[in-house]
Design a protein around this ligand. Sequence first.
Ligand code: ATP
Length: 223
Amino acid sequence: MADQPAVRASGLTKYFGSRTAVDGVDLSVPQGMIYGVLGPNGAGKTTTLRMVLGIIEPDRGTRAIFGNPRPRAVGDRIGYLPEERGLYPAMKAREAIAFMGALRGLDWQEGRARAATLLENAGLGHAVDEKIRKLSKGMAQLVQLLGSLVHRPDLIVLDEPFSGLDPVNQERLEALIVAERARGATILFSTHVMAHAERLCDRLAIIAGGKRRFEGTVDDARA
Ligand code: ATP
């Protein structure tokens, strides 16, 4: 169903020992939007995204992706950039992207072809045959991001995608996110920088101390 939200979560709660990391968070991400989860370090953003994706199980609450309560069952429709970055340093950029696509069921040759186009469009055409270990940290991060979307997922979840990027690569990333929305994808990303949320988001949620403090448009958030 087209009007079904890409992500719907209700009352998500996670305890780590005696600490409540996430406390009753609701989230509804409409399809085709760029949606930001904004909050300071330790607010519970990563834990929330991991519960949404089914990487960790909530202690309370429910979530569904495209209406499916088992996120892993729709894994091939999802692209994910985790907070921990990691690519095989000996792989070439194009192969690293094709490899990540293959993990999501994409044909290897098709993945290689798409990888070259994605790198070109991202302004990284010169890096197609460069090994990951030769790339700057920011460029490697963008390569990993391209790997997370090479299979053309309907939902792209990015955990702090801007952190550690220099201004040039931040601009490349913004352009990429906007291009993915134009393709029809839904993008859900976390950040602790209001400026990134302001420039990009259609809607955002603000999380602090594990609780959702705000949900709405960027204009509403400013007010
Ligand atoms: P950051 O950007 O710093 O990662 P965040 O908003 O993503 O912040 P989380 O990583 O979700 O926040 O962490 C929320 C709280 O839960 C923090 O207090 C953190 O220390 C704690 N926490 C997260 N993961 C674990 C874990 N595996 N074990 C114990 N505590 C954890």
